[in-house]
Design a protein around this ligand. Structure first.
Ligand SMILES: Cc1cc2nc3c(=O)[nH]c(=O)nc-3n(C[C@H](O)[C@H](O)[C@H](O)COP(=O)(O)OP(=O)(O)OC[C@H]3O[C@@H](n4cnc5c(N)ncnc54)[C@H](O)[C@@H]3O)c2cc1C
Length: 485
């Protein structure tokens, strides 16, 4: 009798478990999953499954564990560091069909959601109760809560409200052997090690989150949103520092440079001045009483720092258009070049003027165009390299320039990622932040959760730290990146 290969037998078992329509293994079907938003590294999974419950995820993981197949969790694939890349194949667990809100507890401001729920619909669902989910990545209309948890996502409003880890209380997680564990709960401040905190930001390497208990925040009574226009990037950077030093805590403080301004104006027609070197979007929120006075104070500070104009959004529609322009800015950059790569570094906000000038010099030196649109208030930079992904030499220069920007951030006491994670893209840069002891402990923690190294292998921790554990090393995609470095 003809024997099936182990992968074919594995796929047949998956079909028996989930039905054929929730197991995708034709080359065409798998192609849609060959990369995330880091499009310069591609590799198709052997098979993609679409489970609908914790029990189904557990059953898939048990089968994969028994066969020695790597498991790659995936939400919407908007990640920018290659975290959801099946670097050496394996089974991709896509959470698209686990997209329900399971419970909302209005009095206690909690919700329980499945991981495939997209970010925006959660806030939309609870808005009538005067509540919202605070982490608001610019990709929030597409990215999932599971992806937000795995990356510890931030967003414009996390300056005041905190990033994802500040809004997750409990998790149901399936480990690589299929076991189901419950972390945290619905109460704050549980004793013992903070395992929810450990899982948030672990980039799919510790398990698949299948249920998430989130905190909801009360919507502010009033909001004032301003656009400050600058003729020089240095003045805009100074204004960020001046606002922060003043003690005003904006809900959001975002910067866009001229390249971005021109792209979003062409796309959305908000009325951005095309000759501005940079604009700041400053949002203040809180109790209505006193907010206008605070807005006047902020406006005065911005002008004293060199803003040539400060415009207040005239109504909610105007404010929404301003935010749409900001949040869809990266997409609007598509008119400049066939491809773009978004870097993600963190610096002390006081270093902004110096670092933005350095980034401009790096762009010149590598002969690439870099646009800047970022969370200025918390020093989270997003230099976006615009390039042609058919030009290998240009890709090489983009990767080298990105590495230099990360080294610059690290050298100033910052970080090599603020919210996009390490994924496969920044493995080589982890040693800029961590010494061998630190990486050893991180790897030891990973081994406790996943001794066989099957859960999203080749991500987050550099291979040197992982030793022999990661059987699926991610060598294919790393070679793609490494060869170009
Ligand atoms: C235009 C654009 C703007 C962006 N703006 C922001 C921003 O403002 N702030 C920000 O933080 N990020 C931003 N991002 C990055 C990205 O959207 C976030 O990292 C987001 O959290 C990823 O969610 P996702 O569902 O797409 O996850 P994916 O890309 O599918 O996966 C990301 C990682 O999470 C893991 N994962 C996914 N689901 C699970 C799960 N259920 N259990 C365990 N692991 C899981 C994957 O294995 C992978 O490692 C932006 C991206 C784009 C393209």
């Amino acid at each position: 009798m003809h024997e099936l290969s182990p992968m074919k037998a594995f796929i047949a078992s998956l079909e028996k478990l989930l039905g054929r329509d929730r197991v995708l293994h034709t080359p065409a079907a798998r192609m849609a999953y060959e990369c995330d938003a880091l499009t310069i590294a591609k590799h198709r999974p052997d098979v993609v499954v679409l489970p609908e419950s914790t029990q189904e995820v557990s059953a898939v993981c048990k089968l994969a564990h028994a066969t020695g197949v790597a498991v790659v969790p995936r939400g919407a694939g908007t990640g920018l560091s290659g975290g959801a890349l099946a670097a050496d194949g394996g089974v991709m667990i896509a959470t698209a069909r686990m997209n329900r809100i399971l419970a909302v507890d209005v009095p206690n401001r909690r919700a329980v959601v499945q991981p495939g729920l997209v970010n925006t619909p959660l806030s939309e669902a609870v808005r009538s109760e005067g509540l919202g989910f605070a982490p608001d990545p610019s990709s929030q209309f597409a990215c999932t809560l599971g992806g937000n948890v795995a990356e510890n996502a931030g967003g414009p409003h996390t300056l005041k409200y905190g990033v994802t880890t500040n809004h997750v209380l409990g998790l149901t997680v399936v480990r690589s052997d299929g076991s189901i564990v419950t972390l945290g709960g619905t109460a704050e401040g549980l004793p013992g090690y903070d395992l929810v905190g450990l899982f948030v930001g672990s980039e799919g390497t510790l398990g698949v989150a299948t249920e998430i208990v989130v905190k909801l925040v009360a919507l502010p009574e009033a909001v004032r949103t301003m656009l400050a226009v600058f003729d020089s990037i240095a003045h805009a950077s100074d204004a960020v520092g001046a606002l922060i030093r003043s003690g005003i805590v904006p809900a959001a403080l975002e910067m866009m440079d001229n390249l971005v301004i021109r792209a979003v104006e062409a796309a959305y027609g908000f009325g951005f001045p095309l000759d501005a070197a940079a604009v700041l979007i400053v949002e203040l929120d809180g109790l209505a009483a006193g907010l206008d006075r605070q807005a006047v104070r902020a406006s005065d500070i911005l002008k004293a720092s060199g803003a040539r104009e400060v415009r207040l959004a005239k109504d909610e529609a105007d404010r929404q258009l301003l935010w749409k322009s900001r949040k869809r800015a990266v997409g609007a950059l598509g008119r400049y070049a066939p491809a773009h790569a978004t870097q993600d570094g963190v610096i002390p906000p006081s270093k902004l003027p110096e670092v933005l000038a350095q980034i401009a010099r790096i762009a010149d030196r590598y002969r690439i165009r870099i646009a800047n649109v970022f969370h200025a208030g918390d020093g989270n930079l997003h230099p976006i390299a615009l390039f042609d992904d058919r030009d290998e030499d240009e890709i090489r220069r983009v990767i080298a320039a990105g590495g230099e920007i990360l080294r610059l951030c690290a050298s100033l006491g910052g970080s090599i990622t603020g919210e996009h994670g390490i994924g496969i893209e920044k493995l080589a840069h982890m040693e800029l932040l961590f010494g061998p002891d630190d990486l050893f402990i991180q790897d030891a923690i990973r081994r406790i959760w996943d001794p066989e190294g099957l859960m999203n292998p080749g991500k987050l921790l550099p291979q040197r730290a992982c030793g022999e554990v990661a059987r699926f090393s991610g060598a294919t995609a790393r070679a793609q990146l490494g060869g170009l470095r």
